[in-house]
Design a protein around this ligand. Structure first.
Ligand code: ZN
Length: 168
Protein backbone atom coordinates (compact mmCIF):
# COMPACT_ATOMS: atom_id res chain seq x y z
CA UNK A 1 0.00 0.00 0.00
CA UNK A 2 1.13 3.46 -0.75
CA UNK A 3 1.12 4.75 2.79
CA UNK A 4 2.93 1.87 4.42
CA UNK A 5 6.46 3.02 3.65
CA UNK A 6 5.69 6.45 5.03
CA UNK A 7 4.17 4.90 8.12
CA UNK A 8 7.26 2.78 8.67
CA UNK A 9 9.70 5.64 8.51
CA UNK A 10 7.59 8.02 10.55
CA UNK A 11 5.92 5.64 12.98
CA UNK A 12 8.05 6.59 15.96
CA UNK A 13 8.11 10.28 15.32
CA UNK A 14 4.41 10.43 14.57
CA UNK A 15 3.49 9.29 18.05
CA UNK A 16 6.22 11.11 19.93
CA UNK A 17 5.36 13.62 22.63
CA UNK A 18 6.62 17.00 21.55
CA UNK A 19 7.55 17.95 25.11
CA UNK A 20 9.17 14.92 26.74
CA UNK A 21 9.91 12.87 23.64
CA UNK A 22 8.06 9.77 24.81
CA UNK A 23 7.24 7.42 21.97
CA UNK A 24 3.93 5.65 21.66
CA UNK A 25 3.16 2.77 19.35
CA UNK A 26 -0.42 3.91 18.99
CA UNK A 27 -2.07 7.27 18.56
CA UNK A 28 -4.59 6.14 21.18
CA UNK A 29 -1.94 6.49 23.88
CA UNK A 30 -0.29 9.68 25.09
CA UNK A 31 1.48 11.22 28.06
CA UNK A 32 -1.75 12.94 29.09
CA UNK A 33 -3.69 9.68 29.07
CA UNK A 34 -0.98 7.90 31.01
CA UNK A 35 -0.87 10.69 33.55
CA UNK A 36 -4.63 10.38 34.00
CA UNK A 37 -4.15 6.73 34.85
CA UNK A 38 -1.45 7.60 37.34
CA UNK A 39 -3.58 10.32 38.91
CA UNK A 40 -6.35 7.81 39.45
CA UNK A 41 -3.90 5.68 41.44
CA UNK A 42 -2.60 8.72 43.31
CA UNK A 43 -6.08 9.79 44.28
CA UNK A 44 -6.98 6.32 45.50
CA UNK A 45 -4.74 7.18 48.47
CA UNK A 46 -3.27 3.71 48.27
CA UNK A 47 0.44 3.06 48.48
CA UNK A 48 2.90 3.36 46.94
CA UNK A 49 1.15 5.96 44.79
CA UNK A 50 -0.81 8.20 47.15
CA UNK A 51 2.08 9.56 49.17
CA UNK A 52 4.08 10.19 45.99
CA UNK A 53 1.50 12.26 44.18
CA UNK A 54 3.31 15.54 44.70
CA UNK A 55 6.54 14.23 43.27
CA UNK A 56 4.77 12.58 40.34
CA UNK A 57 2.94 15.80 39.51
CA UNK A 58 6.10 17.90 39.80
CA UNK A 59 7.95 15.53 37.51
CA UNK A 60 5.20 15.38 34.92
CA UNK A 61 4.81 19.16 34.94
CA UNK A 62 8.53 19.75 34.42
CA UNK A 63 8.52 17.31 31.52
CA UNK A 64 5.54 19.13 29.97
CA UNK A 65 6.33 22.78 30.72
CA UNK A 66 4.02 24.33 28.15
CA UNK A 67 1.05 22.58 29.75
CA UNK A 68 1.88 23.58 33.32
CA UNK A 69 3.52 27.01 33.10
CA UNK A 70 2.26 28.18 36.49
CA UNK A 71 3.40 25.02 38.29
CA UNK A 72 6.99 24.98 37.12
CA UNK A 73 8.59 27.05 39.87
CA UNK A 74 7.02 25.01 42.64
CA UNK A 75 7.81 21.77 40.82
CA UNK A 76 11.42 22.83 40.31
CA UNK A 77 11.83 23.83 43.93
CA UNK A 78 10.30 20.57 45.13
CA UNK A 79 12.53 18.31 43.07
CA UNK A 80 15.64 20.30 43.95
CA UNK A 81 14.81 20.05 47.64
CA UNK A 82 14.32 16.30 47.35
CA UNK A 83 17.38 15.50 45.25
CA UNK A 84 19.89 18.16 46.20
CA UNK A 85 18.95 19.05 49.74
CA UNK A 86 17.88 15.47 50.50
CA UNK A 87 14.67 16.48 52.16
CA UNK A 88 11.95 13.88 52.49
CA UNK A 89 9.40 14.30 49.72
CA UNK A 90 6.55 14.20 52.22
CA UNK A 91 8.11 17.09 54.13
CA UNK A 92 8.76 19.09 50.96
CA UNK A 93 5.18 18.90 49.74
CA UNK A 94 3.71 19.55 53.15
CA UNK A 95 5.77 22.73 53.46
CA UNK A 96 4.94 23.80 49.89
CA UNK A 97 1.27 23.45 50.69
CA UNK A 98 1.76 25.82 53.58
CA UNK A 99 4.03 28.07 51.54
CA UNK A 100 6.70 27.52 54.19
CA UNK A 101 9.86 27.97 52.19
CA UNK A 102 11.62 30.10 54.77
CA UNK A 103 13.57 27.14 56.14
CA UNK A 104 15.34 26.70 52.84
CA UNK A 105 18.38 28.95 52.40
CA UNK A 106 17.64 31.26 49.50
CA UNK A 107 20.85 30.31 47.73
CA UNK A 108 20.43 26.58 48.25
CA UNK A 109 18.32 26.14 45.16
CA UNK A 110 19.39 27.63 41.84
CA UNK A 111 16.88 29.65 39.91
CA UNK A 112 14.97 27.60 37.42
CA UNK A 113 16.25 27.67 33.85
CA UNK A 114 13.70 29.03 31.41
CA UNK A 115 13.35 25.67 29.71
CA UNK A 116 14.85 22.18 29.60
CA UNK A 117 18.14 21.83 27.77
CA UNK A 118 17.55 18.32 26.45
CA UNK A 119 14.96 15.58 26.23
CA UNK A 120 14.75 13.44 29.38
CA UNK A 121 16.09 9.90 29.21
CA UNK A 122 13.17 8.58 31.26
CA UNK A 123 9.57 9.53 30.48
CA UNK A 124 6.15 8.54 31.75
CA UNK A 125 6.08 5.98 28.94
CA UNK A 126 8.88 4.14 30.75
CA UNK A 127 6.79 3.74 33.90
CA UNK A 128 4.92 0.90 32.26
CA UNK A 129 1.81 -0.03 34.25
CA UNK A 130 2.83 1.86 37.42
CA UNK A 131 2.98 -1.52 39.18
CA UNK A 132 3.34 -1.15 42.93
CA UNK A 133 6.55 -3.11 43.30
CA UNK A 134 8.49 -1.09 40.74
CA UNK A 135 6.79 2.29 40.97
CA UNK A 136 8.94 3.90 43.69
CA UNK A 137 12.18 3.15 41.83
CA UNK A 138 10.75 4.17 38.47
CA UNK A 139 9.38 7.40 39.88
CA UNK A 140 12.82 8.13 41.29
CA UNK A 141 14.47 7.54 37.92
CA UNK A 142 11.82 9.65 36.18
CA UNK A 143 12.37 12.55 38.57
CA UNK A 144 16.16 12.38 38.35
CA UNK A 145 16.06 12.30 34.55
CA UNK A 146 13.84 15.37 34.68
CA UNK A 147 16.36 17.37 36.68
CA UNK A 148 19.14 16.34 34.32
CA UNK A 149 17.03 17.38 31.33
CA UNK A 150 16.68 20.81 32.90
CA UNK A 151 20.43 21.04 33.29
CA UNK A 152 20.27 20.76 37.06
CA UNK A 153 23.23 18.43 37.40
CA UNK A 154 25.60 21.25 36.58
CA UNK A 155 23.53 24.08 37.99
CA UNK A 156 22.88 22.96 41.50
CA UNK A 157 25.44 23.07 44.28
CA UNK A 158 26.98 19.90 45.57
CA UNK A 159 24.67 18.24 48.07
CA UNK A 160 26.58 19.52 51.05
CA UNK A 161 24.19 22.37 51.75
CA UNK A 162 23.11 22.08 55.36
CA UNK A 163 19.65 20.62 55.43
CA UNK A 164 19.50 19.29 58.94
CA UNK A 165 21.36 21.92 60.88
CA UNK A 166 19.58 24.87 59.31
CA UNK A 167 17.60 26.96 61.70
CA UNK A 168 13.96 26.15 62.02
ZN1 ZN B 1 5.31 13.70 27.16
Amino acid sequence: MAFSSVAMTDARAFHACSECGAHYASASNSCALRFESLLALDHSHREPWGSRHGQAFATFALQHPSRYPTSLDAAWTALCRIYYLHEAASHVFASLRHNATRNVPSDAIPSRPSQPTRMPTVTIADLSTFAAESYPALLDAWSRATLVAWGAAAAVPAPTVPHRGSRT
